[in-house]
Design a protein around this ligand. Sequence first.
Ligand code: GLN
Length: 488
Amino acid sequence: MELFRLTAHELAELLRKREVSSYELTRSVLTRIGEVEPQIQAFISVTGELALEMAQQADKLLSKGEAPSPLTGIPVAIKDNMCTRGVLTTCASKILGNFVPPYDATTVANLRKAGAVFVGKTNMDEFAMGSSTENSGIKPTFNPWDLTRIPGGSSGGSAAAVAADMTIVATGSDTGGSIRQPAACCGVVGLKPTYGLVSRYGLVAFASSLDQIGPITKDVADAALLLNVLAGHDPMDSTSANVNCPDYTQYLGQEIKGMRVGLPREFFGEGLDAEIESCVRAAVDQLHSLGAEIVEVSLPHSPYAVGTYYLCATAEASSNLARYDGVKYGLRVEADNIIDMFSRTRSAGFGTEVKRRIMLGTYALSAGYYDAYYLKALKVRTLIKRDFEQAFEKCDVIVGPTTPTPAFRLGEKTANPLEMYLSDIFTISVNLAGICGISIPCGITQSALPVGLQIIAPAFEEGRLFTVANAYEQATSWHRQRSQYLKV
Ligand code: GLN
């Protein structure tokens, strides 16, 4: 049996019954990485030795019947912007190229407590700024469905690793679409939780009012298992919500009869690829045949979402990234005086896109422009949030495409940042509104590329996402499709 191909919930069963050991499973995943990684380049670090040690620990607990969670003994890949104690955490940036954190992010600590096995840190766009993983300061990652195409971004390494069966589950972070868009491009499941549900402590900050960590998995049930471990109140994060987290698996296997599914008219307009549109419409028909009621809704401020996001996110980034000055940690390029040292360190350490964002954000916050740009963006953000509140008066979930096009070719959008920014046109407003969304596979194009269906729910209603996504998944088989392109 090729253990690396299974899901966490399938493996949890086998591990619990001791039909396989975590050690065996971890070896199978590491061998798979050895075979496939040269073609995909999903990882910045593969932590083979640590993984085998953690697997042995997990096996001890499993043998005693003391596994703390269904994820005990399950291999997980962690996006390289989450601090891992004693393991290099680069954020795919030269400026953090030598950074080994002395502590774990809360999500990483939770995974450790659950007994999960860390197989490696995944590639990403530098500081999570991008939609293709081409902005990585280390290397690009290739889409397992077509090696000439991007895996999406910024969590492209995590999505590609899950899609190529190089890990069982992975974590990603999503500021404007960075979990859902790569999940759609790679044909896997990606969930962005409600702002505040998952702790950001130890997540390298990009835009603090938007960043959220979430699961990237092979199916919806695994996303629920992983969210169970990631979610929870954390006093170390002042924006962490003090809410009771249910066991998310209780929302699986529920009927969707009578549920109201809203289709925002703005998500089906110009710029949407025809094949994506037909896959998404077919998915909506499927939900209807499962008993859901389809209603039309409107999100009238959608056209302003990308502009609003690129003001809010860059403003926050310019402030967050001020800490990389060659003094506290990371890269330092010496000079005769401190100002030159700052400037040389930052010039050498940051890539082009990061510098562009710092400049944009600094400009938007500067005296004289603050009111015209940043303050205005905050006001529009409120209007976008209100659009969702009004839409959710008419429906329980909102459904639409995750991305406007399937995965594009490497190099296709690197010369035009604005075109790249438009990759997140359907995902960004969910972050601005602070609500939750999931992307699940819903089709394959003529050129054999996966298509993602986005389901959106109000704040802290992740349960609805699981119910609808799981019902759809049970009725279809898109999530079981794997790339035929990989040689092994
Ligand atoms: N692609 C968007 C950006 O470049 C979103 C990134 C993200 O969610 N981290 O900012």
